[in-house]
Design a protein around this ligand. Structure first.
Ligand code: FES
Ligand SMILES: [Fe+2]
Length: 387
């Protein structure tokens, strides 16, 4: 049994160096470190679970669904336009309320949550309503045996969960403070009103942090992304340093280019009120990468499967009126670019597994990667991401 509470502060990069350097290989290759991260950086932070419309399609009848948040099995429940989140653990003897194997699990259309082991039943607010044989037991309180409620938020059409602590716990940072100025950065895109025009999923043979580090720099672009360099100069743009548990920067399109597509033309109807020459690359830690374009918003949502394996869901969101066409120009462009990135990340992962790997320094143009690694290092020291 691996202990998620063990101290991994020795893996943080030395704070006294002028150049921030990569984490040691163990941070990218060890089961113990991933166990720690699942508890402290995923369950113990505001992790993105995907689009609310994917968990609960508006025209569908699903009321509840099992999901894994880091190392915590959860039950996400439809509640009007929002969601409630509970520990997927029965208050009788701990049976799962819906099965969960892997990172997504069973679903139900029932109006009650009912445990398949001895039929304890709860309403959709988590209150215990039925416990066979207990009505006669005077010392038993139904009120004291409701499901453990966990913090969840719907924001911009995504569901976020903080699964390590119950609602009201002091360890849970308020969601508004956690996202900080990212809310202002994304406001013009009105992402809650956009819909998924297309989606690809990938399984990448690399650690989730290798993928995030790669996302945060274009130092590699001239070598591996010829198509991308046609539409944005790889050295354009600056990174932001604003409140919130996010990192990112913007890039500008080349003159005459309207969006990121193979020929630089628009891939969908322009989003009203957004900067027509900018592309924003923003990462809300731990697992949501938001790439906002003049005409579409692309997201990558990461779920670590193993130290060297990550599931990535890539979604392209457009105005509802443009979604039926599927934004093929954006999908084709980014699928090529994604695969170029995954090949580089997988090569890094293989390099990290060499006994001769030594952490190298980040270049000045990798300042956002240095910021990410510094935030992760600080979390290794303090026990969690700070908001
Ligand atoms: S464990 Fe759920 S009813 Fe017994
Ligand atoms: Fe890239």
């Amino acid at each position: 049994m691996i202990d998620a509470s063990r101290d991994i502060s020795h893996l943080a990069p030395p704070a006294d160096r002028e150049l921030v350097q990569m984490l040691p290989a163990e941070a990218y290759t060890s089961d113990d470190v991933l166990t720690w991260e699942r508890r402290h950086l995923y369950a113990g932070a505001w992790t993105c679970l995907g689009r609310v419309d994917d968990l609960f399609p508006p025209e569908g009848t699903v009321t509840q669904r099992a999901v894994r948040v880091g190392d915590v099995s959860c039950l996400v429940v439809r509640a009007g336009d929002g969601v409630n989140l509970f520990a997927n653990t029965c208050r009788h003897r701990g049976h799962e309320l819906l099965p969960l194997d892997g990172h997504s699990g069973g679903e139900s259309t029932k109006r009650m949550i009912s445990c398949p082991y001895h039929a304890w039943t709860y309403d959709l607010s988590g209150r215990l309503k039925g416990a066979p044989g207990f009505r006669e037991v005077e010392s038993f309180s139904f009120e004291d045996h409701g499901l453990v409620e966990l913090p969840a938020e719907v924001w911009n059409g995504w569901v976020f969960a903080h699964a390590a602590h119950p609602v009201g716990a002091a360890e849970v940072p308020p969601f508004e403070r956690y996202v900080g100025d990212l809310a202002r950065m994304l406001a013009p895109y009105d992402i809650g009103s956009l819909v998924v025009a297309d989606r690809h999923t990938y399984e990448v043979a690399a650690n989730w942090k290798v993928i995030a580090e790669n996302y945060h720099e274009c130092y590699h672009c001239p070598l591996i992304h010829p198509e991308l360099c046609q539409v944005t100069p790889p050295d354009s743009g600056d990174n932001y340093d604003l409140p919130g548990t996010w990192i990112g920067g913007g890039m500008v399109l080349r003159d005459g280019m309207a969006s990121m597509s193979l020929d630089g033309s628009l891939a969908a109807t322009p989003l009203p009120g957004v900067n027509p020459t900018a592309v924003e690359y923003l990462h809300l830690l731990p697992n949501l990468l938001v790439s906002a374009h003049p005409d579409y918003v692309m997201t990558h949502r990461m779920v670590p499967l193993a130290p060297g394996r990550t599931w990535v869901e890539c979604s392209w969101l457009t105005l509802p009126s443009a979604a039926a066409s599927g934004a093929p120009g954006a999908v084709e462009f980014w699928d090529i670019t994604n695969r170029q990135d995954w090949a580089a990340c997988e090569s890094v992962q293989r390099g990290l597994e060499s006994p001769h790997f030594r952490p190298g320094p980040f270049a000045p143009r990798e300042d956002a990667v240095a910021q990410l690694v510094s935030m992760i290092g600080a979390a290794y020291r303090s026990g969690g991401l700070s908001a």
